[in-house]
Design a protein around this ligand. Structure first.
Ligand code: FAD
Length: 281
C-alpha cells in the first residue's frame, strides 16, 4: 500500500443519467446534499445507445453549470473513432477536463464491436487526440474482471491502460478489503504508480445487489450474504447492517492509506451521507 499513501485522499460521487424530468429534479436535490461533503468531482455513467449518451452529456453539463467538477464516463465498445472524437470535442467545448475511460459491454443482440477493442485503445486515442487536456480515470478490478483469462493477464491489461496514459483508477466495488490491498501491492510490483481509488457500493437492497454482483464479478462474502438474506423484507435492518459493514470497510481502507473513496450513489444521498458521517468526513 506504500505507493498509495503519497496521494491526498479525495472523494467522488457517481450518478447515472436520469431518464425522466422528475428523476433529473430529484438528482439535483441529491447532488446538493452530497455537495456539502465537497467532493473532488461528480461522475456520470454512460451507456451504449444514443439516448443515454445525451443523458450523460446533459447531466454532466448541469453539474458543471451548478459550479461543481463533473466527469463523464465514456465507453468505447461499438463506437467509431469519429464518434468518440465528436464526444471529446463536445466535452472540451464545455470546459470538462476529467473523463472516466471504459470499454463498456456490448448490448445484448449487437455484434459490431466498432473501432476500439479494449479500454487501453480508448485511453491511447484520447491522449493522441487531446494531449493532456483530460485527467483520465480507468477501471480497476481487485477481484478481477469477469472476462479475464487469468488474474495475471488482467493485471497486465490494467497496466496497459496506465501505460497508455491514464492518470488514476477507480475500482469495481468489493466488500473484501484484502482483495484491494493485494491488488495494490501487485500493481506496485508491476511498477504502476497512480492513485487507485476504491469504488464503494452502499448496501440498501439485497436482491438488486446480488444481481449486480453476479454480473460484474464482485463477491459478496458469505457471512454478509447470509445475514442480508436473513433480514428478508426488513429493509431497515438491511440498511442498518449495510451501513455498519460498509462504513467499517471504508474506515479500514482509509486507515491503510487508500487515496480516497468513490461512491456508487445509485442517485440517492442517504446511504452515502450516512457512511461519510460515520467516517467523520
Ligand atoms: P478493459 O480494461 O478493456 O478490460 C475488459 C476485459 O478485457 C478484461 O477482462 C481485461 O482483462 C481484458 N483486456 C483488456 N485489454 C486487453 C488486451 N489488450 N488484450 C486482451 N484482453 C484485454 N460500463 C458502462 O457501460 N458505462 C459506465 O459508465 C461504466 N462505468 C464504470 C465505472 C467503473 C469505475 C467501473 C469499475 C466499471 C464501469 N463500467 C461501466 C463497467 C465496464 O464498462 C465493464 O466492466 C466492462 O466489461 C469493462 O470495461 P473496462 O474499461 O474495464 O475494460
Amino acid at each position: 500500500m506504500e505507493s498509495q499513501q503519497q496521494y491526498p485522499q479525495q472523494f467522488s460521487f457517481e450518478f447515472f443519467p436520469p431518464k425522466t424530468s422528475e428523476g433529473a429534479e430529484k438528482l439535483i436535490n441529491v447532488r446538493e446534499k452530497l455537495a456539502v461533503l465537497k467532493p473532488k468531482y461528480f461522475s456520470v455513467t454512460f451507456g451504449a445507445g444514443g439516448s443515454t449518451q445525451q443523458g450523460t452529456f446533459d447531466t454532466v453539463t448541469s453539474i458543471q453549470k451548478a459550479g461543481y467538477n463533473a466527469a463523464p464516463h465514456l465507453s468505447c465498445v461499438g463506437s467509431t473513432k469519429e464518434n468518440v472524437r465528436e464526444i471529446l470535442k463536445s466535452y472540451m467545448d464545455k470546459g470538462i477536463n476529467r473523463i472516466v475511460a471504459l470499454r463498456g459491454d456490448m448490448p445484448s443482440g449487437t455484434h459490431d464491436i466498432g473501432e476500439f477493442r479494449f479500454a487501453n485503445e480508448l485511453v491511447e486515442f484520447i491522449r493522441a487526440e487531446t494531449n493532456d487536456h483530460f485527467h483520465i480515470e480507468v477501471a480497476a478490478y481487485p477481484e478481477f474482471h469477469p472476462q479475464a483469462s487469468s488474474a495475471e493477464n488482467d493485471l497486465n491489461n490494467f497496466k496497459r491502460k496506465i501505460d497508455a496514459g491514464a492518470d488514476s483508477a477507480i475500482t469495481q466495488y468489493f466488500f473484501n478489503p484484502d482483495a484491494y490491498f493485494r491488488f495494490v501491492d501487485d500493481c506496485e510490483d508491476l511498477g504502476i504508480n497512480v492513485p487507485i481509488v476504491p469504488g464503494i457500493m452502499p448496501i440498501t437492497n439485497y436482491t438488486q445487489l446480488a444481481r449486480f454482483s453476479d454480473m460484474c464479478g464482485a463477491e459478496i462474502p458469505r457471512w454478509i450474504r447470509k445475514r442480508l438474506e436473513g433480514y428478508g423484507d426488513d429493509r431497515d435492518s438491511i440498511k442498518a447492517f449495510g451501513e455498519e459493514v460498509v462504513s467499517e470497510m471504508c474506515h479500514q481502507l482509509l486507515e491503510a492509506g487508500a487515496p480516497g473513496l468513490h461512491f456508487y450513489t445509485m442517485n440517492i444521498s442517504t446511504p452515502t451521507l450516512a457512511i461519510c458521517g460515520n467516517l467523520g468526513l
